[in-house]
Each structure stands twice: as C-alpha cells, then as structure tokens.
Design a protein around this ligand. Structure first.
Ligand code: PDD
Length: 322
C-alpha cells in the first residue's frame, strides 16, 4: 500500500505542464473544499486534513525546523534546486539530518506536485523539516530522534502580466527590524516576522519594510526589498540580516546576464528608501511586486515604474532556467 503510494507519477506531472492556464474551475473547487490537497508526511501520502504529528514535535514546541516555499507554474518549478540547496544549508546550520540528497528532494517535491495537479494549474509547495518528536521537552538537541518531513501543495495565482498599467501595486509602511540576528536561516520560528507582517496588515498594507538600528534597510517581513534611483536598481547586501531569497538571486543574476539594466548590492539607507523612484518587494509568491505607497506617501510619482516593467520582463523570461 505504502509502496504504491510512493511511486513517482511523472505522467501526471507532464499533463500538468501542458494544462491551460485559463481553467480556474479546479481552483474554485479546491477553495470550496471539494478537492483535497494530498500531503506528504514522513514517507506517506494522505489527505492534508488527515496528517498528524506529535505535540512533542520540536517544530511545534520550539519552532525548531527549516522550511521552503517553491512555486510551480503549469508543473514547471522556479528555482527548485536553489530552494532545495538553501533548505539543505539551513538544515546543516542547525544540525538536522533529513537523510535526503538534492535529487531525492527533487523527486519527492515533483511527485507531490503531480499528485496535486487536479487542485490548480499553478501550485506552491510548502516543505518543512523539523528536528522531530522527542519524548520530553528539553532544549538541547536530542539524539536518535528522526526528523519530521512534511510537505503540502496549495493553489497560487497566475503571475502578473508584464504591464505596468495592469499590475496591482502594494502599499507598505516601515518599522525597526526587531527579529533575531540569524535571518539568513529560513527557520520555521517565524513569530518575529509574523508580528511585523501584522503591523503592516493592521495598517492596511500588503507588506512592511524593516530597517536596522543604523537606519539601513534590511528586507520586508516576508520578502526581500529593492529600490530604484535614477535608473539603477539597488538591494541590500546578503548578510545575516536578510534571507538569501531565491527570487532576489534570480533577479540579480538574470539582470546581470541581460546587461541592459544596472544593479548593485550594497547598504541602502532609509533616506534612500524614502527618496527612491521605485521600490519592489520580492518573493516566490509575490515574484516582483511594485510598491507605490510608502508610509502613506507616494513612491516616486506614485505610478508603477518603467524599471519594474523591464526588470519583470527579464525575470519572467529567465525564471524557469533557475
Ligand atoms: N517568504 N525574506 C523573508 C523574510 C521571507 O520570508 C521570504 C519568503 C523572502 C523571499 O524569499 P524567496 O524569494 O526565496 O521566496 C525574503 C516565503 C515565501 C514565505 O514565508 O511564505
């Protein structure tokens, strides 16, 4: 039973790859609860509603784990190998051994997407590895405990059109970054991020930009941040204050490879943020979202910028190569 459930289902994946993006009925049925998401938990597949973990799981008690969110559009992933590599690096950083190679992770995730292809033509995959369920609550890393591996799929929207007059912009506010000093680790301990996101949400915004004690931009609560000034794209340097975003990496690399726009990684002050011509927030689910309102004031001329459109076009053409 379990073996059959584990078999790769590549024909379904290929079918998902050719599906028409105009068919929204599956997503509607999924959102109405008529189609169930199939989850993966510790080697077995099951309806998401039936997945169960122990209350002594360290992911539950301590937020002791690493996660990823990976987009698949019509069965084609964006940045799958970089996402897997970042997860493997994060697991190594906190000494969790999930016992899987890059290739084994790829097979697991592609297979899960294939099993969920009736939900929607675009899917996000959430994958989560915690240190596992101990027999007691004790802070030190336990020995001999097997990691908990959990993954499920959810419907995601079609990408925005490469058209500055058609895209829906985001408004943001700003606050001091009060998270921890290991933001480069994609930890499931997200309370710091959640509190910041809620500050933005409660103020009616779609994101919140964060700055450090030196008044320098770090990132946003669930995305990386970019500014544009005089045609040049600038984003904070990669250090422990920000997540090494896969979307951020694809943007930087594809823009450098294209060569028609200037892009720089350096310290960005909040003065520069407030005087920017354009601001973008980027993530696997948002792709490149233009920001037109900052702390209640227009960004630049208050319209989505031309550099956004050029950069988003370059990104859109390159994203499946990563
Ligand atoms: N968020 N910074 C933070 C704090 C994030 O949580 C994310 C992603 C990013 C962008 O990373 P990427 O481009 O690899 O998605 C930056 C995910 C999507 C989430 O928590 O749902």
């Amino acid at each position: 039973m379990q073996l059959a459930a584990m078999e790769p289902r590549l024909p379904e994946l290929q079918a998902a790859q050719t599906r028409s993006p105009s068919d929204n009925s599956k997503q509607n049925n999924y959102e109405a609860g008529l189609i169930m998401s199939i989850a993966y938990l510790n080697g077995s597949y099951m309806p998401l509603e039936e997945a169960r973990i122990s209350p002594l799981d360290r992911g539950f008690l301590f937020g002791d784990g690493i996660y990823e969110v990976i987009p698949y559009y019509n069965g084609r992933s964006v940045g799958l190998i970089p996402h897997i590599q970042r997860m493997i690096d994060g697991l190594a950083a906190i000494e969790i051994d999930a016992g899987r190679s890059v290739e084994q992770w790829k097979t697991l995730l592609d297979d899960l997407v294939a099993r969920n292809s009736d939900i929607n033509h675009n899917l996000g995959v959430y994958v989560h590895v915690s240190r596992g369920a101990d027999t007691k609550r004790f802070h030190a890393y336990p020995e001999g405990v097997e990691a908990t591996v959990f993954a499920f799929c959810f419907a995601i929207k079609d990408p925005a059109l490469v058209d500055r007059t058609a895209v829906t912009p985001v408004s943001v506010n700003t606050t001091q970054d009060l998270r921890w000093q290991r933001c480069h680790i994609k930890s499931t301990s997200l309370l710091g991020n959640v509190i910041h996101y809620q500050e933005g949400h409660s103020a009616g915004n779609g994101e919140i930009l964060l700055y450090n004690a030196d008044n320098q931009l770090t990132e946003a609560s669930s995305s990386n941040a970019f500014i544009v000034k005089d045609g040049k794209i600038i984003t904070p340097v990669q250090d422990n204050q920000i997540l090494p975003g896969i979307t951020r990496r694809i943007i930087i690399d594809s823009i450098k490879a294209d060569g028609s726009l200037e892009i720089e990684e350096r310290v960005v002050t909040m003065d520069e943020v407030h005087n920017a011509d354009e601001i973008w927030v980027t993530s696997s689910s948002k792709e490149i979202a233009p920001v037109t309102s900052l702390d209640g004031k227009p960004v630049g001329n208050g319209e989505v910028g031309e550099v956004w459109e050029k950069a988003f076009s370059i990104y859109t053409n390159a994203k499946f190569d990563y």
